[in-house]
Design a protein around this ligand. Sequence first.
Ligand code: CDV
Length: 311
Amino acid sequence: MRNISVAMGQLGAIQKADSRQAVIARMIVLMDQAKAQGADFIVYPELALTTFFPRWYHADIADADIWFEREMPGPATQPLFERAKIHQMAMSFGYAEITPDGHHFNTSILVDKQGRVTAKYRKVHLPGHSEFDPERAHQHLEKRYFEPGDLGFPVWRFLDGIFGMCICNDRRWPETYREMGLQGVEMITLGFNTPSVNSQKPDEGPEQRIFHHKLSLQAGAYQNSTWVVAVAKAGVEDGHPMFGCSVIVDPDGQIVAETRTEEDEVIVHVCDLDRTRFGKETIFDFKRHRRIEHYGRITAQVGVILPLETS
Ligand code: CDV
């Protein structure tokens, strides 16, 4: 057995006016609770340090830089790293990253038990749009504020296993999981901010949104025989509701842990990384069963090309 005690550190709403210091204080409380429950590793959401700012339109894109971090850890986040070191707790969280040469990414990191940033992932699948869209019930301007990630989907030897990351919308794409599955991933962590209502389809509410969320995670876990840990930022941010339902999915695709609220909440589950072996050695033994000669379109083509019409 290779057991890792994993905590989901779900965050409730963060309002526009909330400071990073206030959010970090909440994250430290969650970490303390996780430690008290025996966790080795805590996973926090996407863009954990601020409100989900891509819902707000800045006419001058440079004005959005207030939401970005220039260093990690920086002055606001240092106390979280210090507490992690004291607890000997590994962690993962998401934040908006601005690089020294001015690139903007939606980023997630793995931090080891000594408080060292050991891995970085930058969100590849950016949903939404880049200009103000009056047709939508709310804006989702990730394509305005971020560039697509430039690091691919790497995996890392971390704790006692092979770990990978993705972020929110990435979880809906089978390519995300398979890229990491082909590198033997045993645990994928991700954070998300998902509005409870579809901005372009008012009758698509939380029930269906949560169904699609779980469907994607469970399929990705099962088809790659990996653990998946998905953690929400939830609750009502300045009038905009987002669902919770942070979950841990086992390598059979079963949900084994789930949050119950849309507030700050910790759930801890012990995950045996050896449970990934059976699926990887049988039905999803990629080496024996994949037929790459038939998969060319997946990397050669982006949109749909319909067959020619026959008269
Ligand atoms: N933060 C996200 O990536 N949210 C998307 C919403 C916009 C659909 C998601 O896939 O959950």
